[in-house]
Unconditional design. Structure first.
Length: 426
């Protein structure tokens, strides 16, 4: 990979709400300690000082597992390695961009809020960027990540916890980026009542990610026959070791499905949340909802047939599948069109698969046929439960089986926790 000559430093000091992020942001991750959905450990947050809103400062010290390719020293957060390699960029992306992410712990608010503002002090040379994203916790789960750099992030409902992540990127190893302070303010703004929406599902083209030994956007080192997916936006990127953002991906015949966490960013783009309506979609708002930019570029010459990095798009992919999801979950032998449901866009009770990949069956017992898998950490929507065969699993011995979409079932013996509502008997 060739890089251009060292450019003169064109520093810019970024003040309140003035960040532009080239490619989105990365999530807050978990430590090895067990936790319930929405709970995070890691950097210690400064105590709140609620005056006009609630204020706190993000601790920029790098704690380890939650953070990716960043280092802290002399009061500054920087990229640990500014050279684009398969361990310093999202594995699904392949673009000549090095990036690093720091995930702050979730902060429990003294009340509720629906707006978060960022006061950021940072420095970036030409070719480098710094950005901040935030998300909020509601009873039904986490909101999507939202940019809080060029304006406040506003959630459609009040949240009780807020989490932030800081992203640094560079296309030139000589173009430095650093962050000195990140201060957040959470308060309440008047917003229109959100209209109820159904969970979103679209047919998109899937490619096999591979890249065993590479590192995903949330810091996971890819293993053989791994189970996760990549989407071309950080807005739905789960922290490492979580399934806060999970998809249900099925063959077009519906014969095989897998529930898998979103752990990487790509293919092609990093700012294409195509499942969102135009009012929310970060880029390419003129495209129909549900159509990835890469598909439009490949099939119709949209954006000159290029992705956001100026590369010629060679396939219409809107999702990448890790090898285990591709081969074992869906039994695919080649890239293919698939039906994807973006589960965090819906509501209702969710079960967290604590031990997987777990077989999905057509009935409440191990004698029923297997129709797919639920990956470890996947958050699966539970419609109701029935009693069936007793199973001794990782978390309990039980005859409870949870019914999922399409009349499919998983044993409750392997579900670590349930959140987002009460599960009733079918």
């Amino acid at each position: 990979m060739a890089f251009g000559p060292c450019r003169p430093r064109s520093s810019l000091l970024v003040g309140l709400l003035t960040l532009t992020l080239a490619g989105g942001l990365v999530p807050t991750a978990a430590t090895a300690a067990p936790r319930t959905p929405g709970q995070s450990t890691g950097h210690a947050a400064a105590p709140a000082a609620p005056t006009a809103g609630e204020h706190w400062t993000v601790d920029l010290a790098v704690a380890g597992g939650d953070d990716v390719n960043v280092r802290f020293g002399a009061g500054l957060l920087r990229l640990a390695d500014p050279h684009p390699t398969r361990r310093t960029r999202p594995a699904a992306l392949g673009a000549p961009v090095a990036e690093g992410v720091l995930l702050a712990p979730a902060r429990t608010l003294t009340g509720t809020a629906n707006r978060v503002r960022v006061d950021l002090t940072a420095e970036a040379a030409t070719g480098a960027t710094v950005g901040v994203q935030v998300r909020g916790w509601r009873a039904t789960g986490w909101t999507e990540w939202r940019e809080a750099g060029t304006g406040p992030a506003v959630f459609d409902r009040p949240v009780t916890r807020v989490q932030a992540r800081v992203l640094l990127t560079t296309r030139d190893p000589h173009a430095a980026a650093s962050v000195r302070t990140v201060r957040l303010t959470a308060d309440t703004a008047t917003t229109a009542a959100p209209a109820p929406t159904a969970v979103r599902s679209y047919r998109v083209f899937a490619t096999r990610e591979g890249e065993v030994g590479g590192v995903t956007a949330n810091g996971h080192t890819i293993g053989a026959r791994d189970h996760f997916v990549a989407l071309p936006s950080r807005r739905g990127l789960s922290p490492i070791g979580t399934g806060d953002y999970t998809v249900r991906v099925c063959t077009t015949s519906g014969s095989r499905c897998e529930y898998a966490p979103v752990w990487d960013v790509g293919p092609w783009n990093t700012r294409d949340d195509y499942w969102n309506p135009a009012a929310v979609r970060e880029n390419w708002k003129d495209l129909p909802q549900g159509r990835p930019e890469a598909q439009a570029a490949y099939q119709y010459g949209y954006n000159g047939g290029k992705d956001q990095f100026g590369r010629t798009v060679l396939n219409p992919a809107g999702i990448d599948l890790a090898d285990g999801t591709f081969w074992d979950g869906l039994l695919l032998t080649d890239n293919a069109w698939v039906d994807v449901t973006y589960l965090w866009t819906g509501s209702g009770p969710r079960g967290v698969i604590g031990s997987g990949p777990l077989n999905i069956r057509t009935g409440p017992g191990t004698s029923y046929p297997v129709r797919g898998l639920a990956a470890t950490h996947a958050n699966v929507p539970i419609q109701c439960y029935v009693t069936g065969q007793t199973v001794a699993g990782t978390y309990r011995t039980t005859n409870r089986w949870n019914r999922l979409a399409g009349g499919q079932y998983v044993s409750h013996a392997y579900v670590s926790t349930v959140y987002g509502g009460t599960v009733s008997r079918c």
